[in-house]
Design a protein around this ligand. Structure first.
Ligand code: PMP
Length: 406
C-alpha cells in the first residue's frame, strides 16, 4: 500500500470489526474530512498520524499529555515500577505515597482515592456525597460534560429517565438559576456539581465568576450538601491545587483524571474530612484501580509539574499563542473568538454557525503540521516551547489568510 493509504486501510478494517468504525467523540467521521483517525507515535509536543505526517499537537491526547509525550522522568518512574510489578493482589507502596503527595498538593484534600477514568471519579463523587448526606438530589449545569455513562452522557440513546432521576439542572455562572435548583431540591440536596469552568463543546468557554463560585460554596454550606468540582479536564493546568483555587473557593470533593499521570490511566477523587465517612462507607473498586505503574507515573508527573512550575510555562506559552492569534486575526480582518484560560484555549469564528470558517482554518493548519480542534477545548503542555508556538503562529498566519479569502 502507498503510505498515504494506511489510515484509510485501518478505517476499512475497523468498519468490519468495530461498531461504526469507532465509538464516541474520537470517531473522526464527526470531524471535517481531512482529519486522520489513526496515529502512529508521539514525542514531546508532537504527534504523527498513521501516514507519518507530524503535527504540533494542541489536543494533547485530549488532555492527559501535560509534560510532553514520553517525558523521560515519567517514563523512567513507570519503567522502574513495571519491573517490580503493576497489577498485583493489592496495591504497592506507590498508592500511599501518591495519596500523601496529592493531599500535600491539593489544599482542600484530606484524603484521596484512585480509579482509572474521569467518569469513575465524577460518579464516585456523587456516590460519596449521597452516602455522606443521606440525600439524593444532585444539581449540575445544563450542557456540562461529566462523563459517558447513563447519568451524564451527552447522548440519551440507550438511556432511561430513571438513570437521571434526582438530577436538577442550572445554568453555569447564573446565580438565580443555581438558587432555583437548590430550592427545587428542598431538603434532599446531596451535592452541587460544577465544572472547573464552562467548557461545553462548540460554545465560548467561560471562567467561573467569583460571585458564582462563592454562592455555590455558601449554598452547599447552608444546606449541608457537598460542593463538587469536576476537575477532570482542567486539573493541573490552571492551578496544581485545583482549578477553583483561581477563584478562591474550595470544594468538598473533586474529580481528577486526564493529566494526573501524563498519559497513564489514572483518576482520583479528593475530599475533605466532612466526607471521609461517606467515602469510607461506599463500596467502590475496579480490577485495574490499584495497578502501580500509573501511580508511579503520577508521582513523577505531579512532582515535576510542581518543580518546573508547569502552570507558569503553559500560561506563558498559551498567552503567546493567544496574543499572536489576536494580532493576526486583526491584520487579516477575521473575527476570531478566543476563549477559555490561555492554557486551555478554544478558538471559534464569529458568525460561523455552520463551522465553515472553523473547519477551513483547522484543515489549513493540518496541512501545515499543526493539529487543532474546531470545537473542543484545546490543551497546552509544558513541552510546548516558544519555538513551537512561533512555528504554530507561522501556520496560523497562512490559515487565517486563507479564511479571510472565503
Ligand atoms: N469530566 C470532564 C470535565 C471531562 O472533560 C471528561 C472527559 N472528557 C470526563 C469528566 C470524563 O472522563 P473520562 O472520559 O476519562 O471518563
Amino acid at each position: 500500500l502507498p503510505l498515504e493509504d494506511l489510515d484509510q486501510a485501518l478505517r476499512s478494517r475497523a468498519a468490519r470489526v468495530i461498531p461504526g468504525g469507532m465509538w464516541g467523540h474520537q470517531n473522526i467521521t464527526r470531524m471535517p474530512v481531512g482529519y486522520p483517525q489513526y496515529f502512529s507515535r508521539a514525542e514531546g509536543c508532537r504527534t504523527w498520524d498513521a501516514n507519518g505526517r507530524g503535527y504540533i499537537d494542541y489536543i494533547c491526547a485530549w488532555g492527559p499529555m501535560i509534560l510532553g509525550y514520553g517525558d523521560p522522568e515519567v517514563e523512567a518512574a513507570a519503567e522502574a515500577q513495571r519491573r517490580l510489578g503493576d497489577g498485583m493482589n493489592g496495591p504497592s507502596a506507590r498508592l500511599v505515597e501518591l495519596a500523601e503527595l496529592v493531599v500535600d498538593v491539593v489544599p482542600h484534600a484530606d484524603w484521596a482515592m484512585f480509579s482509572k477514568n474521569g467518569t469513575d471519579a465524577t460518579t464516585a463523587c456523587l456516590t460519596i456525597a449521597r452516602a455522606g448526606t443521606g440525600r439524593r438530589k444532585i444539581i449540575l449545569a445544563r450542557g456540562a460534560y461529566h462523563g459517558a455513562i447513563p447519568w451524564c452522557s451527552p447522548s440519551v440513546v440507550g438511556v432511561t429517565e430513571e438513570d437521571r432521576a434526582h438530577l436538577i439542572y442550572f445554568d453555569y455562572n447564573d446565580i438565580a438559576s443555581l438558587e432555583n435548583a437548590v430550592d427545587q431540591a428542598g431538603d434532599d440536596l446531596a451535592a452541587i456539581l460544577v465544572s472547573a469552568f464552562k467548557h461545553d463543546l462548540g460554545k465560548e468557554h467561560v471562567l467561573p465568576t467569583v460571585d458564582f463560585a462563592r454562592r455555590a460554596r455558601a449554598l452547599a454550606d447552608a444546606t449541608g450538601a457537598a460542593l463538587i468540582v469536576d476537575d477532570v479536564r482542567a486539573g493541573f493546568r490552571l492551578d496544581l491545587g485545583g482549578s477553583w483555587e483561581c477563584v478562591g473557593v474550595r470544594p468538598d470533593l473533586a474529580a481528577w483524571s486526564k493529566a494526573i499521570a501524563n498519559g497513564y490511566a489514572l483518576a482520583a477523587v479528593t475530599g475533605n474530612d466532612r466526607f471521609r465517612e461517606g467515602a469510607t462507607k461506599i463500596f467502590t473498586t475496579g480490577s485495574f484501580w490499584t495497578a502501580s505503574v500509573s501511580m508511579a507515573a503520577a508521582i513523577a508527573t505531579i512532582s515535576k509539574l510542581r518543580r518546573i512550575d508547569a502552570v507558569g510555562i503553559m500560561t506563558r506559552m498559551g498567552q503567546r499563542l493567544r496574543d499572536g492569534l489576536a494580532h493576526q486575526a486583526a491584520r487579516h480582518g477575521v473575527g476570531l473568538q478566543q476563549s477559555g484560560p490561555v492554557q486551555m484555549p478554544l478558538v471559534l469564528f464569529e458568525g460561523d454557525a455552520d463551522r465553515r470558517l472553523g473547519h477551513a482554518f483547522c484543515l489549513a493548519l493540518l496541512e501545515r503540521g499543526v493539529y487543532m480542534h474546531p470545537t473542543h477545548t484545546m490543551f497546552l503542555s509544558a513541552a510546548h516551547t516558544e519555538a513551537d508556538i512561533d512555528a504554530t503562529l507561522a501556520a496560523t498566519d497562512e490559515a487565517l489568510a486563507a479564511v479571510a479569502r472565503l
